[in-house]
Design a protein around this ligand. Structure first.
Ligand SMILES: C[S@@+](CC[C@H](N)C(=O)[O-])C[C@H]1O[C@@H](n2cnc3c(N)ncnc32)[C@H](O)[C@@H]1O
Length: 268
């Protein structure tokens, strides 16, 4: 999270107070009832915001009728898997490059995957649509809270519920978890934040806000080593199209797209 920004939890109204308080307690931050204590003001009815001219822009986790959102000044985001419905429909997910990169030869029975860098879980959703039972690790407590709420809402959406039932979130560091793992896993997926992603003006609003709390991954080597130690059938790594290999390790094969590339390490 950026140094000067403060994080608060805020409930849109009485109904969400207990959820907001529980989240504030977990994150060890203040649960506020007055938005004027912060660097931005929220109009409860519309969710529109006006920046305070003088104060720094604080981060607000807002509990309301739409679920949990993260707000900062004019930026606002929440996890929303319904936007992924067109991509996870039967006949559509098969065309996703990530799904192609994750397709194992002679796969039988229950397929298991670890998404070691879950973020907002969109890639994990694609893997789950392709039939994987995905355990997602996310160590950032704000992102994990947003993802948890997005999963809760997606379970109620008929087109998503069966897919989301195959997704499980663990709020933990995947490097530590994988280092201790003794069960077998078919696939490990890594999408560590790349240091030189596009400048904020060029990326989608919701990702601008994520970049305020995420920092570039500085332990890619440890991440790959922990994944290799689990001995999955395959490790798939998402990279910018022209980005270097993770930890400088040449993959066995890659799937090249216009903006991104999936590097695959095969152990089967
Ligand atoms: C680029 S984002 C992943 C985006 C994700 N693929 C998606 O579809 O939304 C990287 C995420 O991995 C998380 N992360 C990085 N290293 C991690 C680790 N060792 N354990 C758990 N989470 C990690 C970061 O907090 C961040 O949310």
């Amino acid at each position: 999270m950026c140094d000067k920004a403060k994080l608060y939890v805020y409930a849109e109204n009485e109904k969400y107070h207990s959820d907001a308080q529980a989240l504030a307690k977990r994150l060890q931050v203040e649960c506020i009832s007055d938005m004027s204590q912060t660097g931005c003001q929220v109009d409860g009815e519309t969710g529109s915001q006006t920046d305070s001219k003088t104060a720094i822009q604080d981060l607000i986790l807002l509990w309301g009728k739409e679920g949990l959102s993260l707000k900062c000044g004019k930026l606002s985001m929440r996890g929303d898997f319904t936007t992924m419905i067109p991509r996870v429909r039967e006949g559509k997910w098969q065309h996703e490059m990530l799904v192609k990169a994750s397709k194992l030869k002679n796969a039988q029975g229950k397929l298991t995957a670890i998404d070691a860098t879950a973020g907002m879980g969109e890639d994990a959703l694609l893997l789950a649509a392709a039939g994987y039972h995905v355990t997602m690790y996310e160590y950032d407590p704000i992102i994990a809270a947003l993802l948890k709420d997005a999963l809760r809402r997606a379970k109620k959406v008929p087109q998503l519920s069966e897919i989301v039932d195959r997704m499980q979130l663990v709020e933990d560091d995947s490097i530590t978890a994988m280092s201790r793992m003794d069960e077998t896993v078919d696939l490990i997926y890594l999408d560590p934040m790349f240091p030189t992603r596009q400048k904020s003006a060029l990326i989608k609003k919701k990702f601008q806000l994520l970049q305020k709390i995420e920092s570039p991954c500085m332990d890619e080597k440890e991440l790959l080593e922990a994944a290799v130690k689990v001995r999955p059938k395959r490790i798939v790594v998402k990279r910018p199209a022209k980005g270097p290999y993770i930890a400088g390790k040449k993959p066995d094969f890659s799937f090249q797209g216009k903006a991104i590339r999936y590097d695959c390490f095969s152990f089967a």
